[in-house]
Structures are given as structure tokens and as C-alpha cells.
Design a protein around this ligand. Structure first.
Ligand SMILES: Nc1nc2c(ncn2[C@@H]2O[C@H](COP(=O)(O)OP(=O)(O)OP(=O)(O)O)[C@@H](O)[C@H]2O)c(=O)[nH]1
Ligand SMILES: [Mg+2]
Length: 235
């Protein structure tokens, strides 16, 4: 029987994680299993996750230190894929409550007809709450740049709220991924598209984190800028 897995990377999310898990499990999604990938968060998120694992169907992957969002996802995906039955869906989302768990059922419904569903801020009905002008501009520009360079028609390539069918995720060669950081989001969608998988977007409302610190920085922008270009060159 197919299952649903949700992979959540965490770095210093001690206050957000318990709230997020409570909201997810309140949805009563059948055959649901969670995987938290924690990079030895200094604030003790890893220990909190271990405690939560006593209460919920949750596995926690502990890594030694902060190694980047992309590699955290790869580690979590590998674990999940090794035990996911055929037809399972694998969802990825942030821990900071920016991604509303209430969207999860819609992601799963859309994934019946698509191999990859993108939670999108930039389709009708989608929006961003509490982002300042500069962050909006950077995100808009980043998406436009990636769309043009990579020749993709999807509107939100940098979002991190996505649902893969197992077969689509499995087809991505993790060893070939060049991104350790946020560019990972663009790269996985691009590779799924190139492999001929069906991709769709559903609207989401993205809410800026209320608790904890952002890990967003200029390195992320620079990495995306040249890695998108390299992706295109590699074809
Ligand atoms: N395991 C792990 N998780 C990370 C790492 N960097 C970020 N994360 C997690 O990835 C998710 C997204 O990171 P955020 O800091 O929220 O980044 P963002 O959403 O672009 O920026 P803000 O919402 O402005 O904070 C969150 O759940 C983070 O805790 C990392 O190096 N390792
Ligand atoms: Mg965030």
C-alpha cells in the first residue's frame, strides 16, 4: 500500500517544530510518516524532535553540523525512498510555519494526476504575506531568471513546498545535484521536467516566519545565479 512521507529539514526551529507537527497530524492523513533532518541545531531542535518521535510516526535523522538545505533534503529523501512502497508520495516543506499544512491534502489530490506538484506563490490564488519589497523583488527576479535560462514555464521554481511521486523523486540522480543550498529547489524541478515527468502548480499562501532566524543570505542568491547558468550549460 502506498504511503505519504513528509521530509522537513530543521536548523534552529525548536519552537516551530512542535506546532508544525501538531497541525500536520491533526489532518489525519492515512499512512503518513514524517522525517525530520536536523543538522545538530544549537538550540536543541534535534532533542525536541526525538521527544516528538515518541508521540508521532516520525523518524529523526541527525547530522553532525549545518551542511545546507539541499544536502539535508537529499539525506532525508534517500532514507524515505529506501522504504517507500511504489506509488508513495513524498512531500517536502519548511519547518518555520511558512508552509501551511492545510495545503497538504490539496498537494496529495493534485499528485494523482502529476508526478511533481509545486506549491506556488506565483499562480492565481497564491500569495506571500509579510515579505518586504526587497525580498519580493529578489524572489521574483530569481524565478524569472531561472525560467528564462532554463526554458521552464512554471511560475514558482524556488519554493520549497512540493510533492513528488516516488517514481519521479527516484529518477533524480542525487549525486549529480550541484546545489547544497536553496538552488536545490530549482534543480530538482528542472531535472524532473527534463526527465519528462508531469509537473503542475497549485496556489499557496507563503507566510514569513514569526519565530526564529532566517538562513537566507547573499550566498544563496549568488549560488542560484551561477548554478542555474551551469545547469543550462550542462543541458
Ligand atoms: N537540516 C538543515 N535544515 C536547514 C538548513 N538551512 C535551512 N534549513 C531549514 O530549511 C527550512 C527553510 O529555511 P529558512 O531559514 O526558513 O529559509 P527561508 O524560508 O528561505 O527564509 P526565511 O523564511 O526568511 O527564514 C527551515 O525549516 C530551516 O530550518 C541546513 O543547513 N540544514
Ligand atoms: Mg523560511
Amino acid at each position: 500500500m502506498s504511503k505519504t512521507f513528509i521530509v522537513i529539514p530543521t536548523y534552529n526551529e525548536r519552537e516551530n517544530l512542535p506546532i508544525l507537527l501538531e497541525r500536520i497530524f491533526a489532518l489525519q492523513i492515512p499512512e503518513l510518516e514524517l522525517m525530520v533532518v536536523d543538522d545538530n541545531s544549537p538550540d536543541g531542535t534535534g532533542k525536541i524532535a526525538d521527544e516528538l518521535a515518541k508521540k508521532y510516526p516520525l523518524r529523526v535523522l541527525h547530522r553532525e553540523g549545518k551542511q545546507g538545505l539541499g544536502t539535508a533534503y537529499v539525506a532525508g529523501f534517500k532514507e524515505v525512498l529506501s522504504k517507500a512502497p511504489a506509488g508513495s508520495r513524498i512531500i517536502q516543506m519548511d519547518a518555520d510555519l511558512s508552509h501551511d499544512p492545510l495545503v497538504i491534502p490539496a498537494l496529495l489530490t493534485a499528485s494523482k494526476a502529476s508526478d511533481l506538484v509545486l506549491g506556488s506563490r506565483y499562480v492565481p490564488g497564491g500569495k506571500i504575506e509579510q515579505w518586504g519589497f526587497s525580498r519580493r523583488l529578489i524572489s521574483k527576479f530569481g524565478n524569472l531568471y531561472a525560467r528564462i535560462i532554463l526554458g521552464l514555464s512554471y511560475h514558482d521554481l524556488t519554493g520549497g513546498f512540493k510533492c513528488f511521486r516516488k517514481e519521479a523523486l527516484e529518477a533524480i540522480d542525487f549525486l549529480a545535484l550541484s546545489s547544497v543550498g536553496y538552488n536545490f529547489q530549482i534543480e530538482t524541478t528542472y531535472l524532473a521536467h527534463k526527465a519528462g515527468f508531469r509537473i503542475c502548480e497549485i496556489p499557496i499562501t507563503f507566510t514569513e516566519r514569526k519565530i526564529g532566524l532566517s538562513k537566507f543570505n547573499w550566498n544563496i542568491i549568488f549560488e542560484s545565479f551561477w548554478k542555474v547558468f551551469l545547469l543550462r550549460l550542462r543541458g
